[in-house]
Design a protein around this ligand. Structure first.
Ligand SMILES: [Cu+2]
Length: 140
């Protein structure tokens, strides 16, 4: 009887452990459905993000800069060519804009196709200034 109880406790602990591991996961580089990005003049912090494919993503954008900024995800296989203009519009997967000193929480559906997507700021001159990042989409 005692052995049975021990096994039950062990099985429970294992199940709990596995559930914890299957969660969002911490640390940088781990895929997350909840992102926080600071926008400064002129870069994204952090620069590189990872999300699970097809998931509903919440992103909190904080503009700590003195000018407006955008968070533009380009479609897979495309890159914005400076200057960011009408040529690049058809290649946008998703975008959000945050005014200087403001912040906002947005949601979007992560692309279904795994890969590395370019993230840029579409405000004139910002891409040129180095306001570029990446969104890595991994199989969930
Ligand atoms: Cu910008």
């Amino acid at each position: 009887m005692k052995t049975y109880r021990m096994l039950l406790v062990l099985a429970l602990a294992l199940a709990l452990g596995l559930t914890a591991c299957g969660g969002a996961g911490g640390g940088s580089g781990a895929a997350s459905t909840s992102l926080k990005v600071d926008m400064v003049d002129f870069m994204f912090e952090p620069q590189d993000l990872t999300v699970p494919a097809g998931a509903e993503i919440t992103i909190e954008l904080t503009n700590k800069g003195a000018v407006d900024h955008e968070f533009v995800i380009m479609k897979l296989g495309t890159e914005a060519t400076p200057p960011f203009d009408d040529d690049d519009e058809p290649n946008i997967y998703w975008e959000a804009e945050v005014e200087a000193g403001d912040s906002g929480t947005f949601t979007f559906t992560a692309p279904a196709e795994p890969g590395k997507y370019q993230v840029v700021c579409g405000i004139p001159g910002h891409l040129e200034a180095g306001m570029v990042g990446s969104l890595t989409v991994v199989s969930p």
